[in-house]
Design a binder for this molecule. Structure first.
Ligand code: NAG
Ligand code: NAG
Ligand code: ZN
Length: 455
């Protein structure tokens, strides 16, 4: 459209200018330097019960406590106000100008499995802090408040289940459930929490108080290494996670009468170990029969009892991990597991106890978080790929209460939960800068005039 009228021309240019300014946040995150963020991860990796390059940081043990202390210092250095809840979830808050608006949250976990690596989890905690520090340096002032969180006990290593901190914060775990979790030495979760200084972990009132009010959360975004090979294979800088598979755990115990491995005739046996073998194959078949590569079923642990060479087993205890991006399809496989356990027990004349311990739904990422990540990556000119996360993360629980998405960065060889886990300084830098801009977009700038000046 040609405009000859000068007033209308001015209006047109004003409109173009305004349009441009709303599309461009123009927050300069170039102060977030690859090596500086990467070096800090190496320092945090020293909080480990095992020598480098491995990192072992079991929840509430010495090095987990030391790492928490360091994280709180780093949060304070970045100008965040630090708070901890009853189980040690740690929140670093940057107050926005609109105190009534929901909070934009980011974070991950600081615990690490036995002989794990230096990036899983901790990247999203330190990365969140570094992103905030970068935004501050850029003079950014958020409208919505931003919080960086360090979640307690995401890994199952010490207490066999996952994501204690984010499940408590989202109301998916209660104090009385914590009683049943013991580590190898019989220490309960609450005893360990108490010894680490979180004495209120056994009180339901305190745990209720630790529950986040979903209405106060605007969105959640988690930065994490991919823990798989896709980004590296496709030479992409950043992964945009569209779905997180739902984690589930099922437990089956078979019991039989045992007997001498020589003396007991084959025909007289009711061997629970063989019932377990049959069930494992049955579950594999059920997963394959879905016809989807997105259905994965694993018989992860299998203990037989008494586990000696010359005795027919008397007990078998199996744990099944069944994941999918579609809840209905996964439910079918879980049902096949439960039905199979009963029919195999009947056929083999063993006793059976089969239960689904948990089955959390899969998460579809929130549109507005995905949009923010995409626009951040376009501005930063990093290459991207959309993918789904089969590993679970704290984001799998935050996604049940707020719009959520994840940012993945490549890790060498797709390797994770391994001492050789590695992401390059550039991978890490790209991830943190993407996170910073994503947070800026989600939180919004409270100073549009300054945004103009930067154009
Ligand atoms: C159990 O105790 C042993 C011996 O004191 C110790 O080496 C080990 O780390 C403990 N395990 C846990 C999970 O605390
Ligand atoms: C059943 O088997 C489990 C697992 O092997 C074992 O711990 C338990 O003691 C057994 N129960 C009976 C009644 O034999
Ligand atoms: Zn992790």
């Amino acid at each position: 459209m040609q405009s000859r009228n000068p007033t209308s021309q001015i209006l047109t240019w004003t409109a173009v200018f305004l349009c441009f300014t709303t599309l461009t946040t123009a927050v300069d995150v170039s102060s977030i330097k690859d090596h500086a963020v990467w070096d800090q991860l190496q320092e945090l990796a020293k909080f480990s019960d095992t020598p480098p390059p491995s990192v072992t940081r079991l929840v509430y043990k010495k090095h987990d406590i030391l790492a928490r202390k360091r994280i709180k210092e780093l949060m304070k250095e970045a100008g965040l106000t630090v708070q901890e809840d009853a189980v040690g979830n740690t929140f670093g808050r940057w107050e926005g100008s609109d105190t009534k608006a929901g909070t934009v949250m980011t974070g991950s976990h600081a615990d690490a499995i036995v002989l794990g690596g230096a990036y899983d989890g901790i990247l999203g905690v330190w990365g969140g802090i570094a992103a905030v520090a970068g935004l501050r340096k850029a003079g950014f002032k958020p409208t919505k408040s931003i919080e960086v969180v360090q979640w307690t006990s995401e890994e199952a290593d010490r207490f066999t289940e996952i994501c204690f901190g984010s499940r408590i914060a989202t109301g998916y775990m209660k104090a009385h459930e914590l009683d049943k979790f013991r580590d190898d030495n019989g220490t309960t979760f609450q005893e360990a929490a108490s010894a680490a200084g979180y004495k209120q972990a056994s009180s339901q009132a305190y745990l209720d108080g630790s529950q986040l009010d979903a209405k106060t959360i605007d969105s959640y975004v988690e930065l994490h290494i991919e823990q798989g090979p896709l980004l590296e294979a496709d030479k992409k800088d950043v992964g945009i996670v569209t779905h997180i598979f739902g984690p589930s755990l099922s437990h089956v115990v078979f019991n039989g009468s045992g007997g001498h491995a020589g003396g007991m005739p084959m025909a007289n046996r009711n061997d629970p170990s063989l019932a377990g073998a049959e069930l494992a194959l049955h579950v594999e078949k059920a997963a394959l029969n879905t016809g989807s590569i997105h259905n994965v079923a694993t018989t992860g642990t299998w203990n037989i009892w008494p586990n000696v060479l010359n005795a027919v087993p008397r007990g078998a205890s199996l744990l099944f991990d069944i994941r999918d991006v579609e809840d209905k399809r996964r439910q079918k496989v879980i049902q096949a597991l439960l039905d199979g356990a009963q029919s195999i027990a009947k056929k083999r004349k063993v006793e059976v106890k089969a239960e689904v311990v948990y089955a959390y739904p899969p998460i579809t990422s929130g549109e507005k978080v995905l949009d923010a990540i995409k626009s951040a990556t376009r501005e930063l000119k990093v290459s991207t790929m959309e993918l789904m996360s089969k590993p679970y993360h704290d984001a799998a629980f935050m996604g049940l209460v707020a719009p959520t998405a994840m940012i993945f960065v490549p890790c060498r060889g797709g390797l994770s939960h391994h001492p050789d886990e590695y992401s390059s300084p550039k991978n890490v830098g790209d991830g943190v800068r993407t996170l910073a801009l994503t947070l800026a977009k989600l939180a919004g700038s409270s100073e549009p005039s300054q945004t103009h000046a930067e154009l």
